[in-house]
Design a protein around this ligand. Structure first.
Ligand SMILES: NC(=O)c1ccc[n+]([C@@H]2O[C@H](COP(=O)([O-])OP(=O)(O)OC[C@H]3O[C@@H](n4cnc5c(N)ncnc54)[C@H](OP(=O)(O)O)[C@@H]3O)[C@@H](O)[C@H]2O)c1
Length: 347
């Protein structure tokens, strides 16, 4: 087995590179400075030269807000997430290389109450979601040996300022924070990388597993529940945060484009096909916070792929912090976007 990873510097790419290194799997990893997916001739040359047995694409344009508000950014988003995928799919077809491509729950419109299945109709509502959907479509059209893995919002210590912004904002504003009132299933990028590794192994065994699959961490949450989890855990490591946490007041902003109301995914198909089990997000949150606060990591106990491990902390109602929730009324047409949206950046 010899893998080629595109987008190796992404938060997911970095976790994948770490896992592949640990598993002693041969791979090449390319960043933008080494190869731009928008240069199809270069793509063909690089893939032909490396000649991998599988290609993994985790490169993407991922700035949702910018793609929504800036037409130039929207164009670039579309190019990278659609034309970039076409270039990779064509060379994979030409050289008979299976491709695993990462997509997003933002191909849906968020109107469904329950978690989304693979069979649910895509109806992207924001520029980023549309570009990811067009990317999926071009991949399906161009090459049969593909796997599309959709996940919900990813977090990790790399490239992701969500946790830091949240903690800073809570401290600076004496416990008052504003977040979007959406429902999702945030997933540690390392957990998504584990899933890709599971898929890679099956493809390497010539399993006919082509198609689209969903994965995200266990138990969808409203964003305020997730925020409380992160802040409560962070407060154990941060006395200044611990001090303001009793006055925590969460203002819930209405869900507006580019965000969607519900982006949580159903993972039954991936469990049935690959035997991949869903993990809890708790250990990932702890790992990111430990990294932020510079705490020496203890090696976490390995989570079995054969048993569902529920995190007690997530299952229990959060009782330690009595946060006040305050719904912000929907904006009137023409009103500008609330600045607090930045603190709730999602992909
Ligand atoms: N993050 C999420 O919440 C989330 C949720 C659902 C799905 N996903 C999907 O998961 C995958 C990884 O996302 P991520 O958040 O880990 O990504 P990320 O951290 O935003 O990184 C994107 C990567 O793509 C690379 N890239 C951008 N333009 C490129 C180009 N023209 N040619 C080659 N590489 C290019 C970037 O290179 P530079 O390092 O040079 O900028 C970067 O390494 C994506 O497919 C994404 O759609 C992510």
């Amino acid at each position: 087995m010899k893998l080629l990873v595109f987008g190796a510097n992404s938060q997911l790419g970095q976790e994948l590179v770490r896992l592949l290194t640990d598993a002693q799997i041969e791979f090449s990893a390319l960043n933008t400075d080494q190869l731009d997916v928008l240069k199809p001739k270069e793509v063909v040359k690089a893939v032909s030269r490396i000649n991998p047995t599988q290609l993994i694409n985790v490169s993407t344009y991922s700035n949702l807000q910018k793609a929504e508000s800036d037409p130039e950014a929207a164009k670039r988003c579309d190019l990278i997430n659609t034309d970039g995928v076409t270039a990779l799919a064509r060379v994979c077809k030409q050289l008979n290389i299976p491709i695993i491509h990462h997509s997003s729950s933002y191909v849906f419109d968020g109107q469904k109450k329950e978690t989304y299945d693979e069979e649910d109709e895509a109806n992207p509502v924001c520029s980023y979601g549309k570009s990811k959907w067009y990317g999926e479509r071009t991949l399906r059209e161009e090459t049969q040996k593909h796997i599309i893995l959709r996940t919900d919002w990813l977090f990790s210590a790399h490239r992701n300022k969500y946790f830091l912004n949240l903690i800073d904002s809570c401290k600076k504003n004496a416990g008052k924070i504003s977040i979007v009132d959406n429902r999702f299933s945030p997933t540690h990028a390392g957990d998504a990388a584990r899933v890709i590794l599971g898929m890679v192994k099956q493809v390497d065994c010539n399993a006919e597993v082509w198609g689209t699959y969903h994965y995200n961490a266990m138990q969808p949450v409203n964003q305020d529940q997730f925020v409380m989890h992160v802040l409560e855990e962070a407060a154990r490591l941060d006395p200044a945060l611990d001090k303001v946490l009793p006055s925590l007041e969460i203002e819930l902003l209405p869900v507006e484009r580019p965000y969607i109301r519900n982006s949580a995914l159903n993972v039954r198909k991936i469990m049935g096909t690959f035997g991949i089990k869903q993990h809890s997000r708790g250990p990932g949150i702890t790992a990111v916070l430990e990294e932020i606060y510079g705490i020496e990591k203890e090696k976490p106990p390995a989570q079995s792929n054969h048993a569902v491990v529920a995190d007690d902390k997530e299952n229990q109602a959060r009782t330690t912090t009595r946060a006040k929730r305050k719904k912000n009324p929907a904006k009137k047409p023409g009103q500008s976007s609330p600045p607090a949206k930045k603190a709730a950046k999602q992909k």
